[in-house]
Design a protein around this ligand. Structure first.
Ligand code: EPZ
Length: 453
């Protein structure tokens, strides 16, 4: 067990300075709102971080769990739901389907008395691919669904053929019509499904559909991500009969109906990893309250390899970084291996590390969009196919950069915190999709940051 990380001083000089710097608008608890689409974040980097933050609920657990509300006519209450653009989009989609939705900060009460509309329109789906997560619940509960094909996104083509193949195995008839997936099924029947590759939302969609199927369903090659386990826990609380979530073989015994329940969303492991990467890149220390260390094994291992001291205590993660990070090499893969959603943040960390790090992306075909922006900050990165070789430089220099997708935004922020001078990250609406109150949390860690138009 690594040596215990000394506690973070309660009042770090940096935090007071950051508070002085922040415009008054950020001083008070501003009502949550998604700022204009062209918002920018200005970051004055080059100084160490110190402070404490609380990790929010996991976006990638909340989205399928909210979709699961379609599976029951009873009230389903979800706690620890993060305030994110993707969550707002999901709730808007559910409301359009007739789900009664009430939100009180991090608690959302949902009641799908009757599903009055089984369509997910292109206008919503094109803004959030995870809308595909209503497909399985709609077919299972309402016997039909018309969900727009998500289309590609910045990081890749991201087809949904496995979702379709699995639902057909469960007895749904599916056709593609004018860019929509049109599915029908009187009642789904249990089946053995083996996905061609590990798919997180594919596993989640099929698991949700199978809860109301007639008979037993076995999902082989299932995704093992903690978010799948969290969804299974929520479904079980609703009366679903699921075994094996977290393994690559999930067995579901279908039931006639699901009942209401209350479930608390797990902490966001990618948000946790993002802030840990920021401390390693910029130096300093931090306490992340509510972090679930057990969901971040591969990431913590790489951070320790980079030289960080990390200690899990009383439901919090403490990290200290007193030296320049050592370069690390990694290869993304399905859980429990290194998560693709942390690849961009580690690329940023490697940019200022001592040595050469090789990063291989095996999940998505175009997830190096952050590289060109990092090069604008002075990073020395070469790409060969799905591998990026990063030669660490002693210092990056702040510059205007542009976010291209959610985790690329995070990568640019990590790099900006380590860079000398001011960096402006443009198009941070990408960031607002998946990080709750990012600038307030960065400021609490002593970063000098503010949002501007
Ligand atoms: C989930 O996306 C996450 N999103 C992603 O997080 C994450 O990067 C990804 O899993 C991998 O961990 C949510 O959970 C909402 P996949 P998902 O299906 O389910 C291919 C973030 O930043 N594939 O596991 O869409 C696919 O193209 C986001 O928070 C098919 O070919 O990813 C990819 O190459 C980004 N056919 C691979 O499988 C299918 O039917 C894994 O994709 C499904 C997937």
């Amino acid at each position: 067990m690594p040596a215990a990380v000394p506690a973070v001083p309660a009042t770090s000089p940096r935090i007071t300075r950051a508070v002085q710097f922040r415009p008054p608008a950020l001083g008070r608890a501003a009502p949550f709102c998604f700022d204009g689409p062209m918002d920018k974040l200005k970051i004055l980097g080059g100084t160490r971080l110190a402070g404490e933050i609380t990790v929010s609920g996991a976006k990638n657990a909340a989205l399928p769990i909210l979709a699961a509300s379609l599976l029951t006519a009873d009230e389903f209450i979800v706690d620890n739901v993060p305030q994110l653009q993707d969550v707002a989009t999901t709730l808007k989609l559910l409301k359009q389907m007739g789900v009664a939705v009430e939100r009180d900060n991090a608690t959302v009460r949902l009641k799908a008395d009757s599903v009055t509309r089984t369509e997910a329109p292109y206008e919503l789906v094109k803004t959030m691919r995870a809308s595909i997560l209503v497909l399985g619940p709609l077919v299972a509960r309402a016997g039909s669904a018309r969900v727009s094909l998500p289309g590609g996104c910045a990081i890749g083509a991201r087809p949904v053929d496995q979702h379709i193949k699995g639902l057909e195995a469960l007895g749904a008839t599916i056709r593609i019509e004018n860019g929509f997936v049109v599915a029908e099924a009187k009642r789904l029947r249990g089946a053995r499904i083996a996905t061609d590759m590990v798919t997180v939302t594919g596993t989640e969609n099929l698991m949700m559909a199978a809860t109301l199927a007639d008979g037993e369903t076995i999902i082989e090659n299932a995704a093992r991500e903690p978010e799948v386990v969290d969804l299974a826990a929520a479904l079980s609380a609703m009366g679903a009969r699921i075994q094996g979530a977290g393994s690559d073989r999930i067995v579901i015994q279908g039931v006639e109906r699901l009942h209401g329940a209350r479930h608390r969303v797990m902490p966001d492991r990618i948000e946790t990893g993002t802030f840990l990467s920021a401390v390693v890149a910029a130096g300093g220390s931090a306490v992340l309250r509510g972090a679930a260390a057990e969901t971040l094994g591969a990431v913590l291992g790489k951070l320790r390899e980079a030289g960080a001291q990390i200690d899990a205590q009383n439901g919090a993660l403490r990290i200290r970084m007193d030296s320049r990070p050592r370069a690390v090499s990694l290869r993304t893969a399905p859980y429990p291996d290194f998560p693709t959603d942390m690849q961009a943040q580690f690329m940023a960390l490697n940019c200022v590390a001592d040595g050469v790090g090789e990063i291989t992306e095996t999940i998505f075909e175009n997830r190096f969009m952050h590289v060109h922006e990092l090069q604008r900050l002075g990073a020395n990165i070469t790409i060969d196919g799905n591998m990026a070789t990063v030669q660490g430089v002693y210092k990056l220099a702040g510059a205007p950069v542009m976010a291209t997708d959610l985790r690329a935004s995070a990568s640019l922020i990590v790099a900006a915190l380590a860079a000398e001078g001011e960096t402006t990250v443009d198009r941070i609406y990408h960031l607002d999709r998946g990080y709750e109150k990012m600038e307030a949390k960065l400021a609490a860690l002593g970063a000098i940051v503010h949002r501007t138009r």
